[in-house]
Design a protein around this ligand. Structure first.
Ligand SMILES: O=C(O)CCC(=O)C(=O)O
Length: 287
């Protein structure tokens, strides 16, 4: 499925300089098409494993058609999604880019921005990670459709991972001004924001640092824009002893900060470890 081996020194340098790294051909276009085909059933609530995802933020009979549709942790509900977002290659890339001993999944995102769907606010992923020690993410964003600036593609602010950490966006979905909090952060940092609007073919992708500001504008094209994101953290991550994660804190055992691999599986480590249950979980289910 993945077309890349491991990041070379130049890619690691550019990731650390810019806060993100574009990979034009990350997964096979046929794999991107197979994954895109999962979106309709997922958002209809047809879950292949029978298990609900952790967050299911858009439903046809409930939510406005001009909102970006989002599901989090679809890997628990759909093994096609799981085979992509839990792939060892993602763990290897995130660990090498961030200098971690390995990487485990924090959560995945299934994102569907149909024609006319409104923006997602610029934000830093690490602003939502205060329940994790260390509170650091590295993410792999995968385009399942060819992306364009007019089509509401994801946008990154160059070097913004060095601006310090801002609070979470006041309104994440469909804010009036999706750039405002990013511009305020730029002002505090004394920086002029340089925005990169990512245009890649289906199967292209981006790795981004957890402190890099990113968001997306309205889809003003007549084409759907679907993406899958694997948000990783260090393989050594633990729960914060007192800061509560309002969704993922439900997986914390009383009296322990250990993260259970059943909920936060390890994708890859430098010394060859990967959560044992993954092999059987990913091999079972429809091919
Ligand atoms: O695809 C988008 O519009 C935003 C993606 C995002 O927020 C993320 O990958 O963390």
């Amino acid at each position: 499925m993945f077309l890349v081996d491991e990041p070379d020194p130049d890619q690691i340098f550019r990731f650390r300089r810019d806060g993100f790294l574009v990979v034009e051909r990350l997964i096979e276009p046929a794999a991107a098409a197979r994954l895109a085909a999962r979106f309709e059933p997922l958002f209809r609530g047809e879950f292949e494993t029978g298990l609900y995802p952790d967050e299911w933020n858009w439903r046809e009979d409930r939510d406005a058609a001009d909102l970006t549709r989002q599901i989090c942790n679809a890997w628990k509900s759909d093994r096609f999604v799981a085979r992509a977002v839990l792939h060892p290659r993602i763990g290897l890339w995130c660990a090498r880019l961030r200098g971690w001993p390995g990487a485990r999944i924090n959560q995945d995102n299934v994102l569907w921005k149909p024609p006319g769907a409104r923006p997602l606010a610029f934000h830093q992923d690490d602003s939502y990670q205060q329940w994790v020690v260390p509170p650091e993410m590295c993410s792999c964003w995968i385009a399942l459709d060819a992306t364009s600036a007019v089509g509401g593609t994801v946008e990154y602010v160059l070097g913004s991972h060095r601006w310090g950490l801002a609070p979470p966006a006041a309104r994440f979905h469909a804010p009036d001004d999706y750039e405002s909090e990013m511009r305020e952060a730029a002002e505090r940092a004394g920086a002029i924001p340089g925005i990169a609007r990512i245009e890649v073919p289906a199967g292209g992708g981006v790795f981004h640092h957890g402190r890099t500001f990113h968001g997306s504008d309205t889809n003003r094209s007549d084409r759907h824009r679907r993406a899958l994101v694997s948000h990783c953290m260090s393989s050594g991550a633990r729960f914060h002893p007192t800061n509560v994660g309002y969704v993922y804190g439900r997986y914390k055992r009383a009296g322990s900060t250990e993260m259970d691999e059943s909920f936060f599986p390890v994708l890859w480590t430098e010394d060859g470890y990967r959560s044992a249950f993954l092999e059987e979980y990913l091999a079972s289910g429809p091919a």
